[in-house]
Design a protein around this ligand. Structure first.
Ligand SMILES: O=C(O)c1cccc(O)c1O
Ligand SMILES: [Fe+2]
Length: 295
């Protein structure tokens, strides 16, 4: 069993680094920590970065989780190898590039590249947010997979993940600490990053960003709404090259694992992911959730 301690980062390729960084800073409000000719690192909390852009082809390159130490990393490598996955050890240069001490990489059963890292660099300085969006932290990441049930089996067999809620066969929200979910899998045609989430400090932040995004001509995918699963008030919007960002406030905590009863939401209901039944512009990648389908 591989024990994940936290989410670490999303690493994304971009064919237009300038535009990707501009959006992450000026619109999302993240702090640009470091920028070179072909790299950019952005943060939302004390992690060195939770989002990195690599100049090249657009699209997610990896999603990363933190493990406690090298011994756990070696155990993870052995367990995944035993289970038939091809595991790669990151070399020194690749670890430096990720601002971690060590890492391994593998593909989940659907081709999502996952990195398990040890000692992600911590930056204690208060975050110098580029915009007062009210971000408090990198909240969760959500992967795409064609078979959400199989994804659940994979993540719960090999990792310390537990399902918090199901949305039919369309989504599985999972936790590895008291937060309702820091990892989710949504049904999609293939592998991919469904979205990355940033927690904000109030409903006011969500609503202010809603107006701000509209004023700036940003495509709102869905929201403001309230997720019936985590109880969070949310807003999804689209960044360059199709990267979906989510702000949300008020995610539920599950402090007593034994007292939590997993719930099952019907994806065919109009309030499957929004209790307020608001409109949506979403998309293509999740046609089987009416709440997410194009209007
Ligand atoms: O927060 C949630 O509960 C949630 C539910 C459905 C889809 C999401 O992206 C979520 O974050
Ligand atoms: Fe989400």
């Amino acid at each position: 069993m591989i024990t994940i301690q936290d989410i670490a980062y999303v690493r994304s390729g971009t064919a237009d680094l300038e535009t990707a960084v501009g959006f992450a800073v000026d619109i999302v409000g993240l702090e640009l920590v470091e920028r070179t000719a072909d790299r950019a690192y952005l943060r939302a909390d004390n992690r060195h970065h939770c989002l990195s852009f690599v100049a090249g082809e657009a699209g997610v390159l990896a999603s990363a989780f933190t493990l406690a130490d090298e011994d756990r990393l070696a155990d993870a490598e052995a367990e995944l190898s035993r289970a038939g996955f091809t595991v790669t050890r990151g070399d020194k240069a690749a670890a430096v590039d990720r601002h971690v001490r060590e890492f391994i990489a593998f593909e989940d059963p659907f081709g999502n590249v996952v990195e398990l890292v040890v000692d992600q660099k911590e930056v204690p300085t208060p975050v110098n947010f580029a915009r007062a969006a009210g971000i408090t932290e990198f909240g969760h990441l959500c992967l795409d997979a064609p078979d959400v049930r199989a994804a659940h089996r994979f993540w719960t067999k090999h990792f310390n993940m537990k399902v918090s809620d199901w949305i039919g066969d369309a989504a599985c929200l999972m936790r590895f600490d008291p937060v309702h979910h820091k990892m989710a899998v949504f049904k999609g045609a293939g592998p991919g990053l469904c979205h990355m989430n940033f927690q904000v400090s109030s409903i006011d932040d969500v609503m202010r960003s809603w107006h701000f995004l509209q004023d700036n001509g940003i495509e709102i995918e869905q929201g403001p709404g309230r997720h019936p699963q985590s109880g969070a008030v949310f807003l999804y919007f689209k960044g360059p090259e199709g990267l979906t960002y989510e702000y949300s406030y008020g995610v539920r905590r599950i402090d007593d694992d034994n007292a939590w009863r997993v719930r099952y939401f019907d994806p065919a209901e109009p309030d499957a992911i929004d209790m307020w039944r608001g409109p949506t512009n979403r998309c293509a990648s999740q046609p089987q959730l009416p709440g997410l389908a194009a209007r």
